[in-house]
Design a protein around this ligand. Structure first.
Ligand SMILES: NC(=O)c1ccc[n+]([C@@H]2O[C@H](COP(=O)([O-])OP(=O)(O)OC[C@H]3O[C@@H](n4cnc5c(N)ncnc54)[C@H](O)[C@@H]3O)[C@@H](O)[C@H]2O)c1
Length: 354
């Protein structure tokens, strides 16, 4: 399958490796800065035939990829993805899939109209520990779901924000909830049943005066099934990236994932299990070198299978929209100082610019 990547920055190596590991034929790398695309071509020893482009529309026209990944600034995802879809490509879109609900809806509309597949790049769903937890939720081992909490305790300093001027802006990024925490927010919503009816949020920017958006965010989510979700996200953690955890409490079980990015099972205790099971499952998982984890490879494998079997990708565009909606609802609640009801009518990060 002919594949191209648009955006050759920090996360691009995970995409190129995932494409190569899944046997895709990489036909082009595209970046506004041709040097960045060339550097990745060289790093991965890609053949001369791989095109380097600065204009993705020209790349689509000339190279005719079947599958494209979009890993550019978040505020550009929707326009680029819709152009790729309208060129007939299947598309993997880095998270967040867009920065407004209207843009997310444009992507979903184009996907349906063109009959292609779109996957939101929430790769942590494929972590072994996350899959273990998901299976316990799906098979009803928790009994009635009571509540879930997620904590994202990472560190991003001035060097990170100064490395690219789109970071931390309302037009292109949002703050830590939209950028770093959205993976965990996706998981929390997915585990607790997807249907959120009300969101209360508080955001703050205390240590990053040079960015527009928040460096800490907190929220309570009320779900239709009666369960409650709690979110704590910070990039102000003293001493460097510490952990990303997800804990689910049910009437008949409790489980906690931890590690740097929900990559290890820390607690596993169910009424229908025993000590032996808890002992075996605790500690299971992977030990990735950074917070991006190993999930890109599995997400690509799933997308390739979804295209081949003409089924929905495991992480659909609608899932990407739900994660986006949750973060926008937290922003809306924090700005208005009161809870907001879901579904949100319309909302964009640009609404919070002042
Ligand atoms: N899934 C993950 O774990 C993960 C990790 C990091 C970043 N991301 C997401 O990936 C995206 C990129 O993040 P990054 O940290 O790699 O950013 P980056 O700034 O390092 O790279 C983005 C690249 O996109 C290029 N670009 C921008 N507009 C373009 C266009 N129109 N055509 C071609 N190239 C264009 C830029 O020149 C830049 O090189 C963001 O949306 C971010 O949220 C996801």
């Amino acid at each position: 399958m002919r594949y191209a990547l648009i955006g050759c920055g920090r996360v691009s190596a995970n995409h190129i490796a995932a494409a190569a590991d899944n046997g895709l034929e990489i036909v082009a790398l595209c970046d506004l800065d041709a040097e960045k695309a060339r550097a990745q071509k060289q790093r991965f020893s890609l053949p001369d035939s791989v095109g380097v482009y600065t204009d993705y529309r020209e790349m689509l026209r000339v190279c005719k990829p079947e599958l494209v990944a979009v890993a550019t600034y978040s505020g550009t995802h929707a326009d680029i993805a819709v152009d790729c879809i309208e060129a007939g490509c299947h598309v993997i879109i880095e998270k967040p899939i867009a920065l407004s609900l209207a843009d997310a809806d444009r992507i979903i509309e184009a996907e349906q109209r063109m009959g292609v597949k779109v996957s939101a790049n929430h790769q942590n769903r494929f972590n072994a520990a996350v899959q273990q937890l998901r299976s316990a939720v799906r098979t009803g081992r928790f009994g009635k779901l009571l509540y879930g909490t997620t904590s994202i305790r990472w560190t991003r300093g001035e060097d990170y924000y100064k490395s690219a001027d789109w970071r931390g802006t309302w037009a292109q990024d949002g703050g830590t909830l939209m950028n770093q925490c959205i993976h965990a927010i996706d998981l929390l919503r997915w585990m607790l049943g997807n249907e959120v009816t009300e969101v209360s949020g508080v955001t703050a920017n205390v240590l990053h005066p040079y960015i527009e958006a928040e460096d800490m965010g907190f929220a309570l989510l009320r779900f239709q099934n009666g369960s409650v979700g709690m979110i704590e996200g910070s990039i102000n953690t003293f001493g460097g990236d510490w952990e990303e955890t997800l804990t689910i409490f049910g009437e008949k079980g409790r489980a906690k994932l931890g590690g740097m990015c929900v990559n290890v099972v820390d607690e596993w205790h169910f009424a229908d299990g025993d000590d032996a099971e808890s002992k075996t499952v605790k500690g299971c998982g992977e030990d990735p070198p950074n917070v991006y984890g190993f999930g890109h490879k599995s997400l690509y494998a799933d997308m390739i299978e979804a295209i081949r079997d003409d089924r929905k990708p495991y992480v659909s565009s609608s899932a990407g929209r739900r994660a986006l909606e949750t973060v926008l609802a937290i922003y809306r609640s924090a700005a208005d100082g009161k809870p907001v009801k879901l579904p949100l009518e319309s909302c964009s990060t640009l609404d919070f610019k002042e």
